[in-house]
Ligand binder design. Structure first.
Ligand SMILES: [Zn+2]
Length: 247
């Protein structure tokens, strides 16, 4: 059997930045459909308004330590989304990748073994180079692909769960996105978006709406049945590492 408890594929979802609005618009759906969530947090911006001028999420309140602890208690996970979200380079990786982990762990009072590359994938090579020094067990990117048990944990792909792709694609929302591929591959989908809102996404190429999020969860449950393992990424990484240790 390929995954934990004989499940044949895995579904995870992550929210970058960790906006407080998740409590209002995403958490109820997670509870209703039994899907654990995950937030990728900028280490220097916990419990404060997001400070990144130019970002679609600038000024939005970020989850506090206590709110994050509450989510973790009900099965959610956390990753480090760099120190300041300025984009990881070989020049700043000591700070943005290595020091960031210590800052976030100190702030949250918990271990954070997963790194999530901020911005786009251009920061991946420098993140890769410094992740071992920081002791991260895995790195999440935004390469749009299904992971498998053989995927290098420092190259985890994530599937954009967005209302519409940017130019030149303009693709429409697809609640089935990569699900049948994941089933065929016995793979692992990690969805990603930021902060779903009712009716209109904050940014169509960075988010979906709450209605679209609910359709995704309903589709995962309907097609996945009892074959899908609903887990947050840290749990899956830990399980994979334990399998490797046994082998
Ligand atoms: Zn981000």
């Amino acid at each position: 059997m390929p995954w934990k408890d004989g499940k044949t594929w895995v579904y995870s979802i992550t929210y970058d930045e960790g906006c407080e609005e998740l409590l209002r618009y995403a958490l109820p759906l997670h509870r209703a459909y039994g899907v654990p969530g995950h937030v990728a947090l900028v280490a220097s911006q916990v419990g404060v308004p997001r400070d990144l001028p130019g970002s679609s999420y600038h000024g939005m309140m970020i989850l506090s330590k206590a709110q994050i602890a509450g989510l973790v208690q009900e099965g959610w996970g956390v990753s480090c989304h760099s120190l300041t979200h300025c984009g990881v380079t070989f020049e700043n990786a000591e700070r943005e990748v290595v020091a960031a982990r210590g800052v976030l762990e100190e702030t949250l009072g918990m271990t954070v073994p997963l790194f999530c590359v901020p911005g786009d994938n251009t920061g991946h090579p420098a993140s890769l180079a410094y992740a071992p020094k920081a002791g991260y067990t895995a790195i999440m990117t935004i390469y749009d692909r299904v992971n498998t048990r053989e995927t290098d944990l420092y190259h985890l792909g994530r599937v954009p769960l967005h209302t519409e792709y940017p130019a030149p694609f303009f693709s429409v929302y697809d609640p089935y996105k990569r699900i049948h591929q994941a089933i065929d591959m016995e793979g692992w989908i990690i969805d990603y978006c930021h902060c779903p809102m009712p009716d209109t996404p904050i940014h169509p190429a960075k988010d979906c709406t709450t209605q679209e999020l609910e359709r995704r969860f309903a589709t995962v449950r309907e097609i996945g049945g009892d074959r899908v393992w609903l887990a947050e990424p840290n749990e899956v990484v830990q399980w994979l590492l334990a399998q490797g240790a046994e082998a």
